[in-house]
Write a protein that binds this ligand. Sequence first.
Ligand code: KG4
Ligand code: ZN
Length: 361
Amino acid sequence: MKILNIETSCDDTAISIFEVKGGTTNASFKVLANNSNSQINIHIPYGGVYPVLAKKEHTKNLPILLEASLKQAKLDRKKKPVDAIAVTYGPGLEMCLWEGIIFTKELSKKWGVPVIPTNHMEGHIFSVFGKHKGKFIIPKIKAPMLSLLVSGGHTQLVLTKKWMDYEIVGETLDDAVGEAFDKVARMLDLPYPGGPQISKMAEIERKHFKESEKIGFSFSLPRPMLHTKDFNFSFSGLKTAVLYLIKKIAPDGKLDDKTKSAIALEFENAAIECLVRKTKKAVEKYGVKTLIVAGGVAANKHLRNEMKKVTGNKIKLLFPTQELSGDNSLMIGIAGYLNYIKNKKKVPKPASIKATGNLRL
Ligand code: KG4
Ligand code: ZN
């Protein structure tokens, strides 16, 4: 069957179409079209996502991306081009989620096809199986599986003992790790989104850092909750520690590039150490055989390298490709289809589907 996939939970408008067959553990996909529009340039002046503007951009971009995708897939919009539509209904910014949902409901009515409401976080989990274009399959996965989901809004450790069953065993008690990256980047005067900027700076600094070159001061940032017995995280204190550090080093707020790089490196080391330590503990406690690391922050190279040390050769470690680390519609389609099959093609009436900003797994 062919599925149209729609994602508008934050600042990316994304539409894709794929052809899929098979069951929940052996589905095979062929990507027919994949298009998205990032709003980064629009939000840069605000230093973060401005929800009203994001909503407007989704309204403008959805019909354009649909047109482009149908053309790319060589499908005729007048002749029921797909068999179902998967759409994100949460979690995310509600006014943005609604844009995708309303657009989907109109198409569903016009074409007479079912709507599959899909959880964005489940999408991130399945993003590790996807490919931006071409064909891919869902491989056999050994349980227990643990997913570390790290994005701008979430930091969660999710345990899967039974396929497509989720138990959140740990999560952040305050800021998400991506949010902390973005806020620290702002303190360092780096443009939004800050995660990639900090990680680029830290990467260069890590290569060049030599003890002998220490720049007249030394500092270390805290690793909140590193030694607590649970699997929870906290990033708000780390972010505040950076603020105080900057005030101490440069009371006038003016930091030179060398100092900025040193702060970026120490912040990244601290944040990633927290993620890695808690994941390692959960891997050991639950006897995890498959570890998934997904969400925007999964693009971070240091996180990827450190996670490889946790799993070694014995545990299967899966990351999304760089293209599928951030928000995309393909992951929504994968999660949507697998749930559609799991629920024996039973879907709610489109009219009952509502944006749910704080949807949980
Ligand atoms: O999953 P995502 O694209 O959107 C949400 O669902 O939130 O995640 C976006 C987050 C942003 O906070 C961004 O700064 C962060 O992922 N991010 C990174 C990197 N690339 C993106 N954080 C650290 N290192 C990166 N390389
Ligand atoms: Zn996301």
